[in-house]
Design a protein. Structure first.
Length: 373
């Protein structure tokens, strides 16, 4: 059976750790090892980790005497400990879906040119203790070229739900670990680095359950997201500077990336305005204009500027009616209103097989779409 090493970094997630480890150990048709790295937690992570290690010889537990941060912890597990055919980084608050590793390794065993697979993640909230649905046993996948994957990341952002990413350990060691200067977008930069050196397998099935937390209630929500956008820009610029010359369309990708981040920053400026954060509003709108001057001709920019022009006092008066109109437009278009949305939603990327040329294969219970785009 294929061997898979799973690194589970843990910082104050003792309440989730047992279920996360269980989801890894219950994977079928693969030989699994689990390394729990407790980054000097202040909760019961050490006691929980030692208990899990004692119950199953496939589990190893380590504890840092001083907090080293998530990047150093990731790299410790992936570069210093992992030796199996394949590796996976799984946060202590996330879960693997049943059969996830079997599906991922099947793709990579059949396609030696694939250096990484990823799939769909299903969102769960922080207080949920089990997956909301049982996933079907069959699956589809596509083999995506380096250029197609990079184009997707530049033009639309991160294409990978992190707990679904299974990589070849040997390639991970050659490429190195996560970058310390990208604490919030290091995963996206890592996936693009993999794509430069190998093709990517994308599974349509749910591969993991990704836990969402109520961080958006933070008073620093806008500034945190703006920092994330700056890091995404830095990650894309690094990939462009190092490997852009290998891709004829890379300049167009970069232009799309600058426009996309600029639009996102206008949205952040709008959020800051609604929260009464005048300084955050101006910082976001200035960054958007500096990054992509053409944003001044976009509808998003004008809407954001209009809010500031009419002022917060008047905006608070019209906001309830504006929200009602927005929900009504969504209802007419068939989209689910925000008020009715649930956490049971998918995240990830499924490339359109119609756009790409490819062929369909059926093998046993599994149905596969193998496509090079």
């Amino acid at each position: 059976m294929p061997t898979v090493d799973i690194v589970i970094p843990c910082y104050n997630y003792a309440r989730f750790l047992k279920q996360s480890v269980s989801s890894a150990l219950s994977q079928e048709n693969v030989d699994v090892r689990v390394l729990i790295i407790d980054d000097c937690s202040s909760d019961d992570s050490e006691e929980t980790g030692l208990l899990l290690e004692a119950k199953d010889n496939r589990v190893t537990f380590r504890r840092h005497q001083k907090n080293q941060g998530h990047i150093a912890t990731y790299n410790e597990g992936l570069l210093e400990w992992a030796t199996a055919d394949y590796s996976l980084l799984l946060s202590a608050d996330d879960l693997l879906a049943p059969g996830a590793l079997s599906r991922a390794t099947q793709v990579m065993e059949r396609h030696r040119e694939v250096g990484m697979t990823c799939g769909m993640g299903r969102n769960i909230w922080e207080d949920e203790t089990c997956p909301l649905t049982t996933e079907p046993p069959s699956f589809e996948y596509q083999i995506v070229s380096s250029s197609s994957f990079l184009q997707r990341c530049f033009s639309m952002g991160n294409a990978v739900c992190t707990p679904t990413a299974v990589v070849r350990t040997e390639l991970q060691h050659r490429l190195g670990g996560y970058r310390a200067d990208l604490p919030h977008s290091g995963d996206m930069e890592m996936w693009m680095r993999f794509a430069v050196h190998a093709q990517v397998g994308v599974l349509r099935s749910v591969q993991a359950y990704y836990r969402k937390h109520s961080s958006n209630m933070s008073a620093h929500y806008v500034s945190q997201l703006l920092g994330d956008q700056r890091e995404v820009l830095q990650a894309c610029e690094q990939i462009f500077a190092q490997w852009g010359s290998h891709y004829p369309d890379s300049f167009q990708w970069r232009e799309l990336m600058l426009k996309r981040i600029s639009v996102d920053c206008c949205w952040l400026a709008s959020c800051a305005f609604e929260k009464g954060d005048t300084e955050g509003y101006q910082t976001c709108i200035n960054f958007a204009e500096q990054l992509y001057p053409g944003i001044r001709w976009s509808r998003m920019w004008w809407k954001t500027r209009a809010k500031r022009f009419i002022g917060q006092r008047f905006w608070r008066l019209v906001l309830p009616k504006w929200k009602q109109c927005r929900e009504f437009r969504k209802a007419l278009s068939g989209r689910l209103p925000v008020s009715q949305a649930t956490s049971d939603q998918l995240t990830g990327w499924w490339p359109d097989p119609i756009v790409a040329s490819g062929h369909h294969k059926t093998a046993g219970l599994a149905s596969h779409i193998t496509t090079s785009t």
